[in-house]
Design a protein around this ligand. Structure first.
Ligand SMILES: *[C@@H]1O[C@H](CO)[C@@H](O)[C@H](O)[C@H]1NC(C)=O
Ligand SMILES: *[C@@H]1O[C@H](CO)[C@@H](O)[C@H](O)[C@H]1NC(C)=O
Ligand SMILES: *[C@@H]1O[C@H](CO)[C@@H](O)[C@H](O)[C@H]1NC(C)=O
Length: 403
């Protein structure tokens, strides 16, 4: 049993072993934001191509649409609990999960992740992780995501389930579905399903974390192209299996996360974002939407929702109070400046002690990289409604409604 030493400035650095404070019900926040959503929806109706709009007469609640999830720690529901890796790539220890599940599921947050909320909005149960899916069944979808994964096999190689392996796992599931449901029914399930991706961030972190010499071989532009091309190859493979509806996250604003702010402060004694990381993520975020426009032209029936996660997070960091937060730059859980130096849980890095904030509802970030459940609900809502500031092409709601 690991021992957690938790102290927090709000608590005069008294050592506490467990948290007893409650959290505001999420419903309260949903009401607060409903008028924003109404406006956002209007915006998306105006900005969204007609093909993405669902017929108002359709009742999507009656249709069964599955949700398949691939990607990194932004979506990992605990798949990394089952692989041979290091605690850096796991979140199966307290206080992860403290707000909602009340136990550490392996999700890199205090509670639910965006795919959990999207499943809820679509009237689906929680989508099982790949290693549970066989028992639970595949008909509602499967979550293949793995913390630390990138679109390149080299990214944190040997420590994560890379995107190509996730694709192989998806293909195994498809085979079992075909065996169980027959071709007709499984084709229907696969073509109506929504496929969510969060991938790319780790491809830009891994070379620096592992002292790779990749940037001696490739320019930044070339490397970003390789990352994106490997990703779109996976999209094309899923399209070949029958997938048509894709919801795709941009990378995080790397460099502006608490971890990188703390690094910058340590390295330069200056505040602000660590630019070399931020720039790579920004380049990816500019190039990928162009690629998706091309894919839409090349692949018949291809529909997508692109979530500019980079901008959505950056805007909360810059204006936390507009979104109902008090703290945008500092994590709830961690240590050092911005609580960014060691990660939450005390089992990672050189620090055995960490601080845990008192009211997680004030924070954008739970640990030094990952958003809180409260932020995840906001992201899921933006994506579902297709907020035209940060969502391109279809809303995820319309993807679920499309026949
Ligand atoms: C990368 O290089 C730094 C500085 O030389 C070193 O401290 C660190 O241990 C290296 N990391 C890895 C993963 O090799
Ligand atoms: C995919 O990534 C590998 C490196 O893992 C690279 O050699 C290859 O060229 C990339 N594929 C594309 C289509 O860019
Ligand atoms: C870092 O910056 C602070 C505030 O600007 C200054 O007081 C301090 O002397 C600096 N430390 C170093 C090591 O440069």
């Amino acid at each position: 049993m690991p021992r957690y030493i938790v102290y927090s400035p709000e608590n005069n650095y008294k050592i506490v072993s467990a948290r007893t404070t409650g959290h505001k019900p999420l419903l309260e926040m949903a009401n607060l934001y409903s008028y924003v959503h109404a406006l956002a929806l209007l915006g998306s109706l105006l900005a969204t191509p007609a093909l993405c709009l669902a017929d108002d007469n359709h009742d999507y609640h009656k249709k069964h649409v599955a949700l398949f999830v691939l990607g990194d720690s932004i979506f990992d529901p605990g798949n990394n609990n089952y692989i041979n890796t290091t605690p850096d790539f796991q979140a199966n220890f307290w206080p992860y999960g403290e707000s909602f599940f009340k136990y550490p599921t392996g999700r890199f947050s205090d509670g639910r992740l965006v795919p959990d909320f999207i499943a809820q909005f679509a009237n689906l149960p929680l989508i099982p992780g790949y290693f549970q899916a066989e028992q639970v069944g595949f008909v509602n979808g499967v979550n293949f995501a793995s913390g630390g994964a990138g679109s390149l096999v080299e990214t944190f190689s040997g420590l994560v389930i890379d995107l190509k392996t996730q694709l192989q796992n998806f293909k195994k599931v498809v085979k079992q579905l075909r065996g169980k449901l027959g071709d007709k029914e499984s084709n229907q399930l696969l073509s109506s399903a929504v496929y969510m991706f969060s991938i790319g961030s780790n491809d830009y972190l891994s070379p620096y974390a592992t002292n790779s010499t990749i940037f001696n071989t490739y320019t930044k532009e070339e490397y970003v192209d390789i990352v994106i091309d490997n990703f779109t190859d996976v999209i094309k493979e899923i399209y070949k299996e029958g997938g048509r509806k894709f919801a795709i996250f941009s990378p995080l604003p790397l460099g502006c996360l608490p971890y990188y702010r703390a690094l910058k402060l340590q390295q330069t004694n200056q505040t602000g974002c660590l630019e070399k990381f931020r720039v790579l993520a920004e380049m990816h975020n500019k190039a990928l939407p162009k690629k998706l426009v091309k894919l839409e032209k090349a692949l018949q029936g291809f529909k997508y929702s692109y979530f500019d996660f980079f901008t959505a997070i950056t805007d909360i960091i810059d204006h936390p109070s507009r979104y109902g937060f008090k703290v945008g730059k500092t994590a709830c859980c961690g240590s050092g400046p911005y609580r960014g130096l060691s990660s939450c849980g005390g089992t990672r890095g050189q620090y055995k002690e960490y601080e845990l904030c008192k009211d997680v509802g004030n924070y954008l970030f739970f640990d030094n990289v990952h958003p809180t459940e409260k932020s995840n609900l906001q992201f899921a809502t933006l994506l579902w409604n297709g907020d035209s500031n940060v969502v391109r092409s279809c809303s995820v709601k319309s993807l679920f409604e499309l026949v």
